[in-house]
Design a protein around this ligand. Structure first.
Ligand code: FAD
Length: 404
């Protein structure tokens, strides 16, 4: 594995850092207080090409590799988790599924406008009664002569009220002996008759972002909107999560870095007992832990990104990166507050927002408990998931960067 970033990688990093630090950082505290996503976010991310960063140019994207996606997420979440959440759902959970599973017609219809940022995608898996247990999904998609009729409700959906399309997983075969095999995936335009949606307010974190619900009442979708074959919904959802989790891991790495940088700055400024608090060994210990977490989290997500570039299956490695980085980001944010003392307890400083945002990463895209089960399952050889086709198309620089 080559650890050196290319000039192109560094250019992307600088561009995204500039956007996040100069355009978003000055307004983020206010947006977090108002619990609203700033109107400039999606149009600016589209304009900068971030929303199609690792989609081939022939499908409307920038033709960069999967490592670039990770680097983008790290820079975005170093400012605010809500920016990285956009990448997780629009790109990780939706556009990359279209790249892997979509027909040429579906890529034309959905992927190209999403990669150009003209349309926004979201992901509807979770339901009021089905989160970690995907097999408990009760939304239905009944086949008729023209296609399918979808009924049901999706809960905790990021960008629910901002998106144009949702990748929705619903039950097509309630009789399937294995409930996982009765699920199918659909691309659903959210302006179809029968779709209603709304925002969820009062969240602990990701307040400057958009989280909501989707309801489907007799929503007709044509057969051409089904992604993959009937019964492949679970496989598709798991492949989506392999990509979404990668973006969460990379983003949480940025959150650790932000906690570290804020802690170093404060520890060098704040005086106690006649010296800067950075001179105290117990403060140094916290900073040393953050350094360790940052470096380890970064290596784990870079390895997962490298495997994606090679077209290798990376479910285990991505899960490990996500579990480690999100747990470590929560710990780093908590220690950053401790270093800031009472000031860290107020929203005058960023670190309390980091802690509130970090908690979300431990819940969505597989709770830390689910990732522990996965890691133990791999180690003990209890997981029978070799048949899931989760690997993305390998990155091919020349063909991905060819003009449309
Ligand atoms: C901010 C935010 C954004 C989100 N965005 C999206 C989105 O865009 N799309 C989407 O589909 N979903 C989204 N989600 C939902 C998220 O993926 C689910 O919340 C998550 O999968 C957990 O499901 P649950 O909340 O139903 O918890 P549950 O599955 O009910 O779990 C509750 C608790 O039980 C534990 N538990 C469950 N099963 C086991 C087990 N077998 N062993 C040990 N412990 C277990 C869990 O770890 C957890 O601690 C989002 C959630 C949040 C908070």
């Amino acid at each position: 594995m080559d650890f050196a970033l290319s000039d192109e990688h560094r250019m992307v990093q600088q561009m995204v850092k500039g956007f996040a630090q100069k355009e978003v950082y000055p307004i983020i505290k206010e947006q977090d207080r108002k619990q609203e996503m700033a109107p400039l976010i999606l149009p600016r991310m589209a304009e900068l090409g971030i929303l199609g960063i690792c989609i081939p140019v022939r499908y409307g994207g920038q033709g960069m590799d999967y490592l670039s996606l990770g680097l983008v997420c790290e820079e975005l979440e170093a400012v605010d988790s809500t920016l990285r959440v956009v990448m997780s759902v629009h790109m990780g959970l939706n556009s990359l599924a279209l790249l892997q599973w979509g027909s040429e017609e579906q890529k034309e219809e959905f992927l190209i406008p999403q990669a150009k940022g003209e349309r926004i995608g979201c992901f509807g898996l979770t339901e009021p009664g089905a989160g970690s247990d995907v097999a408990a999904i009760v939304s239905t998609a009944k086949r008729n002569d023209d296609g399918y009729i979808i009924n049901g409700e999706k809960m905790w959906i990021s960008l629910a009220t901002k998106a144009d399309h949702a990748l929705v997983v619903a039950r097509t075969n309630p009789e399937a002996a294995d409930p996982h095999e009765g699920l199918s995936a659909f691309m659903v335009e959210l302006d179809r008759p029968g779709v209603t949606r709304g925002d969820i307010h009062g969240k602990l974190g990701v307040r400057a972002g958009s989280t909501g619900w989707l309801a489907f009442q007799d929503v007709a979708v044509p057969r051409e909107n089904r992604l993959g074959e009937e019964g492949e919904g679970f496989k598709i959802a798991m492949s989506c999560l392999d990509n979404g989790r990668y973006t969460v891991a990379a983003g949480a790495t940025g959150l650790i870095r932000a906690s570290l940088e804020a802690s170093v700055k404060y520890a060098q400024e704040r005086q106690a007992f006649g010296r800067e608090i950075g001179k105290f060994q117990l403060v140094q210990q916290k900073i040393a832990h953050m350094v360790k977490s940052y470096e380890a989290a970064r290596l784990l997500y870079l390895r997962a990104g490298w495997m994606k570039n090679q077209g290798l299956r990376n479910t285990r490695e991505t899960s490990l990166a996500k579990w480690f980085a999100t747990d470590a980001s929560f710990e780093a944010a908590s220690e950053a507050i401790q270093i800031h003392g009472a000031y860290g307890y107020s929203d005058e400083y960023d670190v309390e927002r980091y802690l509130r945002n970090a908690k979300g990463g431990i819940i969505y895209e597989g709770t830390s408990e689910i990732h522990q089960l996965m890691q133990a399952g791999y180690a003990l050889d209890y997981r029978g998931d070799a048949q899931l086709r989760c690997e993305l198309p390998a990155f091919d620089r020349d063909s991905w960067q060819k003009e449309h």
